[in-house]
Design a binder for this molecule. Structure first.
Ligand code: ADP
Length: 369
């Protein structure tokens, strides 16, 4: 049996995919939204019951759960038992928006499917081995250790999957490649990957740090937060929901931002420019960090679909061997592809991410199937 049910439980939604981890065939997928909201299902258990009712689960070997924060404890796909549930719960302090709904989804799924192994796959795992110089914040070390303050990184399943696919696409040994992976979706993060190991990433203790995102700020002077907090602003709400593209221009969907720029909207243009400026800053940082880069890869909703973002992110870097070919960049496809010219020193690629398939494969491996 190689089928895995992959679940991604958010605060008011459950995304599911039934996938064959060997053939990569998607047998069913969908999204239940508005859980606990007017007009929606009352809770995650009811949502899962509805999902499971519609699926043929006779061939399912495991359920794979996406869990956002694995903290210091979890850096491998982990078979879920009561102790694991408790530990995920304890990590909620570090990921209050993500881990509690992940856990609610896990508990509901385990009640509905008690006879199938459930495996947690952590978004932080790929970054576990980052060098200390990259993962340490320069604050009092006792306070840092007391409160578990360090860079963890997120989107790890995607960064790992995509960097692996890049090696396959280039037909190269992953341990001989230096890569920059740009995961640009609603949430966005970049990573530097040396010889198959992540050596830096933009997200930090939480998924707030780094790049400009749909509604999240990414980097900001911590002094600005102190100032706002002293003046009674709800900083949590501001940084998570009223910032990023949304905060700058009122729209968080990239397609809308681009449409408005085309119509001459200045707020949308500034939002785009800030987004690109931040992205380029990290590309520069990772070029220096890696010393030599073999591949730069765009993935996720914006990275896979927005040719202007890809062109602007890498504009003017010919001196570093980094070139985007306009004709190749304009091609729309669901397959991995080059957007750099034939024979360019740095391969610039678009590689679709597939977190569900990656989770399914990890879940199967974790149960020894
Ligand atoms: P999530 O982080 O929610 O998984 P996705 O990876 O699906 O996000 O990416 C969502 C983002 O991708 C949205 O901002 C959406 O506007 C953007 N996107 C999707 N298609 C396009 C497109 N054709 N051009 C530009 N942006 C796009």
């Amino acid at each position: 049996m190689t089928q895995v049910l992959v679940l991604n439980s958010g605060s008011s939604s459950v995304k599911y995919q039934l996938v064959d981890a060997e053939s990569a065939d998607v047998l069913a997928n969908g999204l239940v939204e508005r859980i606990g909201e007017p007009g929606g299902l009352p809770n995650h258990k009811a949502a899962l019951a509805q999902v499971l009712n519609d699926l043929d689960l006779s061939g399912v070997a495991a359920v794979g759960h996406r869990v956002v924060h694995g903290g210091e404890v979890f850096y491998k796909p982990t078979l879920i038992d009561e102790a694991v549930e408790t530990a995920i719960d304890e990590l909620s302090a570090l990921a209050p928006l993500h881990n509690p709904p992940n856990l609610t989804g896990i508990r509901a799924a385990m009640e509905e499917l008690p006879n199938v192994p459930h495996v947690a796959v952590f978004d932080t795992a790929f970054f576990h081995g980052m060098p200390k110089a990259a993962s340490t914040y320069a604050i009092d070390r006792d306070i840092a250790s007391q409160w578990g303050i360090r860079k963890f990184g997120f989107h790890g399943t995607s960064h790992e999957y995509v960097s692996g696919e890049v090696a396959k696409f280039l037909d190269r040994d992953p341990t001989r490649l230096n890569q920059i992976v740009l995961h640009l979706g609603n949430g966005a993060s970049a990573s530097a990957v040396r010889a198959g190991q992540a050596c830096d990433t933009t997200m930090g203790l939480t998924p707030l740090e780094g790049l400009v995102m749909g509604t999240r700020s990414g980097d900001i002077d911590p002094g600005a937060l102190l100032h706002l907090q002293r003046n009674g602003v709800d900083v949590d709400q501001l940084l998570n929901r009223q910032s990023g593209l949304k905060g700058l221009c009122g729209d968080n969907d990239f397609r809308q931002v681009v449409e408005r720029i085309d119509a001459g909207d200045q707020d949308a243009k500034l939002a785009y420019d800030v987004y690109i400026h931040r992205l380029r800053r990290y590309i520069g940082a990772y070029l220096v960090d890696l010393g030599r880069v073999d591949a730069i890869t765009f993935t996720a909703g914006v990275g896979e679909n927005s040719s202007p973002v890809r062109a602007d992110a890498l504009k003017g870097l010919e001196g570093f061997g980094i070139v985007v070919d306009p004709t190749r960049n304009a091609v729309r496809s669901r397959d991995p592809r080059y957007i750099s010219p034939e024979g360019a020193p740095v391969a610039v690629l678009v590689v679709p991410t597939n977190e569900e398939l990656a989770i399914a494969r990890k879940a199967l491996k974790a149960i020894g199937a």
